[in-house]
Design a protein around this ligand. Structure first.
Ligand code: 2AM
Ligand code: CA
Ligand code: CA
Ligand code: CA
Length: 266
């Protein structure tokens, strides 16, 4: 994508993210409807839906030739990665949104022909915006994020993961995951995939491992991680697929090889 065009789209996206964040904070002051999706713990609220609809309208009005992939159904039926695609999670961490009233994010990844061009992850209650433009680095608000440390081992790493990875998981060898938990310095689970990516990009966590993410969960994070010299792949080592759910390892490159020793598919 041409630099000037990318910059213009980025300015649009940033303005809309801040506007959407303000609307979410206002909406939280009032009562809002909470429903469940696939199971009783899979929550969605009218705020998730209203936020995605807000982005869908902005994109349609400003960039009618762009496509949208979104979690809540206001997007397009996208069957290939051709053209410019906005991949949006209006609220990533809905359970946190409902229960904790914090630790959730708006996540936007903008791709052209399958190449990540622009990433934004907005920690709404902290008012912290992580951004990345392809080839131009990643930022936390105004501060440029340094490249990830070239001196980190599993023993000194903080590993992001969900509890389901280590118990009753049919897809990985949980004994090995439990060994990873013992061998690393500590584990964290924030309940928002987008924020976990942002924290790896920020270097305050060294990797994030998870078995089932949708494109809107990782689209923005992928671009952030690229811009700080990290690595994001499926657990098999294959490149991520923007059009399907993926297993995900995102990490400091220094620990990738060692990390894969602990992640063995059954
Ligand atoms: P959500 O809040 O947008 O649904 C929680 O550990 C993380 O997993 C959140 O990023 C959450 O996104 C995501 N998540 C929740 N249910 C999921 C599912 N069925 N498939 C993939 N990701 C999911
Ligand atoms: Ca959801
Ligand atoms: Ca999500
Ligand atoms: Ca969501």
């Amino acid at each position: 994508m041409e630099k000037a065009i990318r910059q213009k789209i980025f300015e649009n996206a940033k303005e809309w993210v801040y506007e959407a964040g303000e609307k979410i904070r206002e909406h939280m002051q009032r009562q809002f409807q909470i429903d469940t999706k696939s199971n009783p713990n899979d929550l969605v609220t009218e705020v998730d839906k209203a936020t995605e609809q807000f982005f869908a309208e902005k994109i349609k009005n400003t960039h009618p030739d762009h496509k949208l992939i979104g979690e809540e159904g206001y997007g397009d039926k996208v069957e290939n990665v051709d053209g410019v695609i906005w991949i949006i999670d209006p609220i990533d961490g809905t359970m946190n949104f409902v229960h904790q009233k914090r630790n959730f994010a708006i996540s936007i990844g903008i791709y052209q022909d399958g190449i990540g061009e622009i990433g934004l992850i907005y920690n709404v209650m902290e008012d912290v915006l992580y951004t990345a433009l392809k080839g131009e680095g990643a930022y936390r608000n105004q501060d440029k994020l340094p490249l990830l440390s070239d001196n980190v081992q599993i023993e000194t790493s903080i590993v992001g993961m969900n509890s389901i990875l280590a118990c009753e998981n049919k897809r990985v060898n949980e004994k090995k995951i439990q060994q990873l938990i013992k061998d690393c310095r500590g584990t964290r689970s924030y309940g928002s995939a987008a924020l976990e990516f942002a924290f790896v990009a920020e270097g305050i966590m060294d990797c994030y491992v998870t078995m089932n993410l949708a494109p809107w969960d990782f689209a923005a994070g992928y671009i952030l991680i690229e811009e700080v010299g990290g690595k994001t792949v499926q657990a098999t080592g294959d490149p991520v697929n923007l059009l399907t759910n993926n297993t995900i390892i995102t990490c400091n490159k220094q620990i990738y090889q060692d990390l894969t020793n602990y992640i063995e598919f059954k």
